[in-house]
Design a protein around this ligand. Structure first.
Ligand code: C5P
Length: 402
């Protein structure tokens, strides 16, 4: 379940073309279980209608500090007192400047100024033309707003409505949702660096063929996302999968087991936790042909010899930092039967303090799974749930062990 479920968020829209994304954001927040109260500036109403935002939020929109629906006529006070956060998206250059100076000539800025600053976080998603964004005035405002405790989200990069290209786009609704979820998540891994491997590896036979496996990478990507939500700096070494990179996660793409080992060895010294979810190919072809192996019509098949790949997890788990306890290593085991016995034996063989077992054929490519956490004291089951949920539970468990 999302950390946003049950929250009450006041979603403010200031004037900017990115306001069209706020409709999507509103919908996504409601879907995540958030009660959304929309407040729009007059400028915002030039881009979106209050009718649209009311329909999506299921609540009448506030656009004026003179709204007679409030018995005491103090919408700015009433709206902000119970909010878990005020999220302004889009936050225009003008609105940021207004916030900075404590301007309060319309309901949204008035409400931001009137919020109990220690209880109601203010989160803004800037949106503007690239020149406006890079202007020293805006950059100064952003710095000062951060110093004042405002959470200023990143801006996106790319094509802008004005026809120019650069920084200043508002983040996509999904990205804002992710950042809000991270904001509300407990941070048991704050200050830690977590290195994750995920997906299959691909071992080339020739330039167009190779051997791989059915690992989708979903569990490893969910773990990388959950580690970021839990406050860690995360590096994800990914085999060939077509999954979007979780936000704020550094991704390194590799193909083969040997490339994965190289990437892991380059990153692991900075990490306190190594989680090896990748389904690394046990063997690779002894020789990878430089040119495509041709069928010559004789009916002869190529003779493929195999050599064993390095065991990345065992290599890392036997390194001095892991042995001395500075690096906590977690292995995965995808088994088809006798999960407890195999996982217990594998934990000892790999030399890791924690091994996570799951039933391989049941989980490959799926969005749900069940996990068995095996350590030196025994086993604990994380029952069937989405991989995202399990990943969050696993991060909590790992954080307690550090
Ligand atoms: O031996 P097995 O492949 O079942 O072990 C699974 C665990 O070992 C997983 O954590 C996997 O990421 C890791 N592993 C590895 N390098 C290999 C094989 C497996 O890191 N060559």
């Amino acid at each position: 379940m999302s950390t946003l479920a049950g929250k009450y968020i006041v979603l403010g829209l200031s004037g900017g073309i990115a306001a069209y994304k706020s409709a999507e954001l509103c919908r996504a927040l409601v879907k995540a279980g958030v009660t959304v109260q929309v407040v729009m500036t007059e400028a915002a109403e030039h881009f979106m209608t209050a009718v649209t935002m009311q329909a999506l939020s299921g609540r009448p929109v506030y656009t004026s500090q003179w709204d007679a629906r409030e018995a005491n006529n103090m919408a700015h006070i009433n709206l902000s007192r119970d909010a878990d956060a005020i999220v302004v998206a889009p936050a225009s250059a003008d609105f940021l400047s207004k916030l900075l100076h404590g301007g309060a000539d319309e309901l949204l800025s008035l409400m931001c100024l009137a919020r109990p600053i220690d209880q109601v976080p203010l989160i803004v998603a800037p949106a503007m033309n690239r020149e406006m964004w890079s202007n020293p005035a805006t950059q100064r405002n952003v710095l000062q707003l951060k110093a004042d405790g405002v959470q200023v989200l990143d801006v996106g990069q790319g094509d802008q409505a004005c026809g120019e290209t650069g920084d200043g786009r508002m983040l996509e609704a999904e990205e804002i949702l992710d950042d809000l979820e991270a904001f509300f998540s407990p941070k048991p891994l704050a200050g830690k660096t977590v290195l994750v491997t995920a997906g299959p590896t691909y071992e080339a036979i020739d330039p167009v063929r190779g051997i791989t496996n059915l690992s989708s990478g979903k569990m490893g990507f969910a773990i990388a996302r959950a580690a970021r939500m839990a406050g860690a700096d995360v590096t994800l070494v990914a085999g060939p999968v077509h999954l979007p990179t979780p936000r704020k996660v550094k991704r390194i793409n590799v193909q083969s087991a040997r490339q994965m080992l190289d990437a892991v060895q380059q990153q692991v010294d900075a990490a306190q936790v190594f989680i090896s979810t990748a389904a690394v190919a046990d063997w690779r072809p002894a020789h990878s042909a430089d040119q495509k192996i041709k069928k010559d019509g004789s009916g002869q098949t190529p003779q493929l010899g195999f050599v064993e790949n390095p065991d990345i997890l065992a290599t890392v788990a036997h390194s001095p930092r892991a042995v001395s306890g500075q690096l906590f290593c977690v292995g995965f085991a995808a088994e088809s039967h006798d999960l407890l016995a195999h996982a217990t034996a594998k934990r000892i063989r790999k030399g890791v303090p924690l091994l996570v077992g799951n039933i391989g054929p049941a989980t490959f490519g799926q969005d749900d799974n069940a996990l068995l956490l095996v350590d030196e004291t025994g086993a604990r089951e994380l029952p069937y749930a989405s991989k995202q949920t399990l990943a969050v539970q696993l991060m909590d468990d790992i954080a307690r062990r550090l």
